[in-house]
Design a protein around this ligand. Structure first.
Ligand code: FES
Ligand SMILES: [Fe+2]
Length: 376
């Protein structure tokens, strides 16, 4: 299906056409060209410390299981049974000696090879084509990432850019503990959520609690590469004086807000206060429905009260954002807006949609389009 046409791509200063957010065929192409060609965050290494320990997630449309093998190696496997396609491991995390599919009991070793398949002949069983498909896995600090594309660049460039920033923030990222995860089911396209994250133009209008904590005049974005950006801002002087979230007692670097963005579908935030970082990954379920999964990490010294306070604060901001994103999706499907107009400070959105357009056009399915327009 050729869905990329010259007139339908990137236009500097303007959003992507509404059809890119509302027509199902666009998501299929994004699954192929964005989610399955880029590194995607999958979870915390602390859940994978012993042989047999595993966690499951979804990368784009692909169920994935990440497991600590008996040989000590971490592997990412496509969590889809080679028999007739059932998801093999349904639990979010746990520990297993083997992976047995619950449909007809095909059993896989932790390295993905097929171990037992009742009534399947020996020849067929030893067929390597019946092992669970293996994906690339790399880590940054305590975070595991997976990539389905053998050609994609290594994740080490991201690590080299990100880890120094984590150091600068004062976060003891090696000791983080995942305290809670929350899944938000949002009736909006994943790009609407990504774009909402890439500007704080809406913050004074829509996030009152947030705006009381953060000095929005200090909000500044930095581009590291095509796939990694960060924003930094400081807590308001008034919030420091009144010791909101205990920040008045903290060293200077702990009073800043840091937002990190990896290619739009993964974000992480360090909020002023006790050592914390919350990750947010976007998993598109449909063109107009996205799961936003938050993992809330803290340094071991964070108290239950600090953990609760931080999670509830972020939850409030997220509920406010969900209402905004769902409202945008309703407007986009009206058929009455082809493209929206960015303001000057929305340069990161411009950059993001340019990257989306570039990836969507970069394929032999369609004649490449947009080359001149894409140079910044
Ligand atoms: S689908 Fe897994 S054993 Fe049949
Ligand atoms: Fe927001």
């Amino acid at each position: 299906v050729t869905v990329v046409a010259a007139e339908s791509g990137y236009k500097p200063g303007w959003t992507l056409p509404a059809a890119w957010y509302t027509e199902p065929e666009w998501l299929h192409v994004e699954d192929n060209r964005i989610f399955e060609r880029s590194w995607q965050y999958v979870g915390w290494l602390g859940n994978l410390t012993t042989p047999g320990s595993f966690l499951t997630t979804t990368v784009g449309r692909m169920p994935v299981v990440v497991v600590h093998g008996n040989d000590g190696e971490l592997r990412a496997l496509v969590n889809v049974c080679r028999h007739r396609g059932s998801v093999v491991v349904p639990e979010a995390c746990g520990s297993r000696k083997t992976f047995q599919c619950r449909y007809h009991a095909w059993t896989y070793n932790l390295d993905g090879t097929l171990r037992k398949a009742p009534r399947l002949g020996d020849d067929a069983r030893s067929d390597q084509g019946l092992a669970l498909e293996r994906l690339r896995l790399e880590t940054v600090g305590p975070f595991a990432f997976v990539c389905a594309d053998a050609e994609a660049e290594s994740l080490s460039t991201l690590a080299a850019e990100w880890l120094p920033l984590l150091e600068e923030s004062g976060l003891e990222y090696d000791n983080l503990v995942l305290r809670e995860s929350r899944t938000y089911d949002v009736k909006a396209n994943w790009k609407v959520l990504a774009e909402n994250f890439l500007e704080c133009y809406h913050c004074p209008v829509s996030h009152h609690g947030f705006s009381r904590l953060i000095d929005l005049d200090t909000y500044a974005g930095h581009v590291h590469s095509d796939v990694f950006w960060h924003f930094r801002s400081t807590a308001r002087a008034a919030a420091v004086e009144t010791n909101t979230a205990g920040i008045g007692d903290l060293p200077r670097e702990r009073r800043d807000l840091w937002n990190f963005v990896v290619w739009g579908s993964f974000m992480a935030n360090i909020y002023p206060g006790a050592g914390n970082i919350s990750t947010n990954r976007l998993i598109p379920l449909a063109v107009d429905r996205t799961l936003a999964i938050y993992d809330f990490y803290f340094e071991p010294s964070a108290t239950d009260e600090q953990v609760c306070e931080n999670i509830e604060f972020i939850d409030t901001v997220q509920q406010e954002d969900i209402a905004l994103c769902e409202s945008v999706q309703r407007g986009l499907r009206s058929g009455r807006l082809d493209r929206g107009r960015f303001v000057d400070t929305e340069v990161f959105l411009d950059r993001f949609v340019r990257e989306v357009a570039r990836h969507m056009a970069d394929d032999d399915l369609a004649a490449p389009v947009l080359p001149e327009a894409l140079t910044l």
